[in-house]
Design a protein around this ligand. Structure first.
Ligand SMILES: NC(=O)c1ccc[n+]([C@@H]2O[C@H](COP(=O)([O-])OP(=O)(O)OC[C@H]3O[C@@H](n4cnc5c(N)ncnc54)[C@H](OP(=O)(O)O)[C@@H]3O)[C@@H](O)[C@H]2O)c1
Length: 242
């Protein structure tokens, strides 16, 4: 029997990229899914038969209202996020606020309001980033927010342990997705940037959504029952090299 059979799992950011691939994989492994994002049409395109929720995860009133009506959950994969580039000096404060809002306030609110809806033994996977661990130029606000996501996973692991609820964070390197496509499309040198993004890891390629989703599925299943409070890099080995 699949590790996700019959589990009710909420996926944010399920309308594109990693969240979409993950939702489809979790469905194939037997999960009952609640898909959340701001564009319902995109959620429907991911999986027409799942439950769809139009939700800005950084809007507290909306998250609180959703949580009130939400049936108990066996897991959450919080993949929603947004990337804006820039250094500390070149990033507008409004963009800094937007990065904290989309990437840190969002998962915080989801944990705050939906924590009480998690069943004993549930598992939550947050999506951080390997640039929330190691600094690179020009993604300052995003990186700082993702570093906060990693700590949020550790704090939640501690707080939820008495209910046997686990929480871990993934820290992916660059993965083929609309987020990376948009970043390359905005670049003055997309071919060079793609080569640089792929070249920083020993495997010399971008990751795929399927590779990240498979790790998330493991963390959401009971086969990872002793793994909690971990920040797990999935980055082609980039974290291993100086
Ligand atoms: N791709 C990479 O290289 C990479 C690397 C490391 C980490 N990550 C992280 O992995 C996650 C998935 O990224 P991706 O590459 O799959 O990007 P993506 O294709 O741009 O997907 C991001 C999703 O997040 C949703 N979203 C954004 N802000 C939201 C909000 N306030 N409320 C609800 N939903 C929101 C978007 O849907 P709507 O616009 O419909 O709301 C979108 O479906 C993100 O957290 C990202 O930071 C990505």
């Amino acid at each position: 029997m699949s590790g996700l059979q019959g589990k009710r799992i909420l996926v944010t950011g399920a309308g594109s990229g990693i969240g979409r691939v993950a939702a489809r994989l979790f469905r194939d492994r037997g999960a009952d899914l609640v898909l959340a994002g701001r564009r319902v049409a995109a959620l429907q395109e991911t999986l027409p038969d799942a439950e769809h929720v139009s939700l800005d995860q950084a809007d507290e009133a909306a998250v609180a209202a959703f949580a009130l009506a939400c049936a108990p959950l066996d897991g959450m994969f919080l993949a929603a996020g947004e990337l804006r580039t820039g250094s500390v000096e070149t990033t507008q404060v409004s963009d800094f606020d937007a990065m904290i809002r989309a990437n840190l306030r969002g998962p915080w609110l989801m944990a705050h309001h939906l924590g009480p809806k998690l069943k004993e033994g549930a598992s939550v996977v947050l999506v951080g980033s390997n640039i929330g661990i190691r600094a690179i130029p020009d993604s300052a606000a995003y990186s700082v927010a993702k570093a906060g996501v990693h700590m949020l996973a550790k704090v939640l692991a501690l707080e939820w342990a008495p209910r046997r609820i686990r929480c871990n964070a993934l820290a992916p390197g660059p993965v083929q997705s609309p987020m990376v496509d948009a970043r390359l499309a905005a670049s003055a040198d997309p071919v060079g940037d793609l080569a640089r993004l792929s070249g920083v890891n020993p495997l010399k390629r971008l990751g795929t959504g399927a590779e990240v989703a498979a790790l998330a599925a493991h963390l959401l299943s009971d086969e990872s029952a002793w793994t909690t409070g971990s920040v797990i890099t999935i980055d082609g080995g980039a974290d291993a090299v100086y």
